[in-house]
Design a binder for this molecule. Sequence first.
Ligand code: GAP
Length: 466
Amino acid sequence: MEKTLTSLDTIVSLAKRRGFVFPGSEIYGGLAGTFDYGPNGVELLNNLKRAWWKAQVYEKENYYGLDAAMFKHPRTWDASGHTKGFSDPLAECKECNARIRVDKELAAIGVTADEKMFIEELNALFDAHRNEIKCPKCGKKNFSAVRAFNLLVKSNLGDFTSDGSEPVFLPGEASQGIYLDYKNIVDSMNPKIPFGVVQIGKAFRNEISPRNFLFRTREFEQADTQYFIRPNENKEAYEHIKQDRWNWYLSLGIREENLRWHQHENLVFYAKDAWDIEYNFPSIGFDELEGIHDRSDYDLTQHQEFSGVDLRYTDPETGEKYIPWILETSVGMGRMFVAVLADAYREDELGGEKRAYLALAPRLAPYSAAVFPLLKNKPELVAKAREVYLVLKSAGIRIAFDDNGNIGKRYRRQDEIGTPFCITIDFDTLGETPELKDTVTLRHRDSGEQERLTIAEVSTRIRDAI
Ligand code: GAP
């Protein structure tokens, strides 16, 4: 019986053991809220980004890519509202100085803190429940009052004051790059409304309590699409975009029962309507994977006002000038990565042995195939395996070579990183059974079934699958 995943720890441990994700700065004891993608992780991440870019830019009409600078003029974050309104409620433990995010701690005891609450209201709510909340570090219940903690991360780029009083912020959300370049895109590409601008960009947030692996980090990438539409034409387009994004996750092989919709009751400062696609993350439960926001004309109106530059669009059909409205989709690549890994994780028994494997879609797997010589100490087998490896590599297939340990162990290693095909070179490949000369065994990851094929057939099989 096949078993799927229940604990995030299983994924965290597999990710480290198999070179997907490492804790950031580990040799110095780590840096909270940072992670590094290892050799297999970066391949999966890049495959996800490529697939996402293809779906959002190449397969759509009138969508344009962008890669904006991370550092932006400081006024950007005043105009966007982030310097004032981008905060989380924080309280400090008076015993050990640990910091807690009050809304999350309240949620953990079943109390909902409204995102729009003033700090006084939040303090009253916290005071009513202080006795039920323990410090996660020392276990005591002696907290300070709640204060709003701004999440923007400061840099000192170009700030030559010695007190850091003119900070250039790192992006709190990647999408601001698209709004700042909106006019340049309109002037250079002449897009006809409605049109989309697409970007994968870094975001930084001073999260009070980064946690749950890649789910809540201080540095992360956001894959954003900003769809510029005529004013008041949001309703139908919004529904269409929501459905399109839902289908994207199904196309990655994510099981539909692990996805659900959540509409925000309390909207963040820029949104008119907001829906999340939630994923049933192991150990976390259903939580936000991607946000889909109706931002109306908020962002461009703000930037027009703060910059003094006319950001109105001249409609080629009507000649009318207006600030376009924006529908946004934004997903953290880290959350997408965890959802894909968690959903692909399986345990079963094969040939009487327990195994764990990743049933990744072949186009997403770090390696599309692996080649093994049956025995490491037979030079003729190794030479033939190298030859097959190079033929497939030159056919553009991302391929691994492994001659380390017995064949069973090599299969397990590839299963755990999700390699969909393993190719074994044996004595029949060399011509021991003449009619099998130049054929190999092709083993399928999920079923463990094997078939005998020529090298050309194997190449076609793999290319078709990816
Ligand atoms: N531009 C809109 C925006 O930034 P958001 O809901 O704050 O909206 C969008 O973020 C997505 O970014 C989330 O759905 C989530 O996938 C990801 N995200 C947000 N904060 C994150 C964090 N601290 N760590 C990892 N991913 C995060």
